[in-house]
Ligand binder design. Structure first.
Ligand SMILES: [Zn+2]
Length: 128
């Protein structure tokens, strides 16, 4: 366990739940899916259908954030490193990094570094 004081600020991740990402490294390289959760402090991200692991649980134990009602084997998406995924641009359909800029109205915008199109994030109201 780490015993030193928390010195790092929370990292800002370019990705948010609802975004579609492409896995660029690791065993699920080439897969793409929807971001389910982000773990900014750990620099990790959970993507639907990616990095699926099985866990044997007893009833009432939790696995991957879901509480098991019955015991048994459950599939869950394990968090993978944020650096292993890239945002999949809906315009050019390529994995890309995003550029942050601010529009005239002071609105923060995201831009695809590949094709230059604005990336409109799907607003999600539900809280994880
Ligand atoms: Zn693009």
């Amino acid at each position: 366990m780490l015993t030193n004081k928390q010195k790092s600020r929370q990292r800002w991740l370019d990705l948010a739940p609802g975004d579609t990402v492409m896995v660029i490294a690791g065993k699920d390289k080439g897969k793409h899916g929807e971001v389910l959760r982000t773990l900014p402090t750990a620099g990790k991200i959970v993507v639907r259908g990616v990095n699926v692991a099985k866990r044997h649980v007893k009833a009432g134990q939790s696995a991957g954030g879901t509480k098991a009602v019955q015991g048994g084997v459950v599939d869950f998406e394990a968090p993978l490193s944020y650096s292993n995924v890239m945002l999949l641009c809906p315009h050019c359909n390529k994995p890309t990094r995003v550029k942050h800029s601010t529009s005239e109205g002071g609105r923060k915008t995201l831009e695809c570094r590949n094709c230059g199109e604005l990336y409109e994030r799907i607003k999600r109201t539900e809280v994880q």
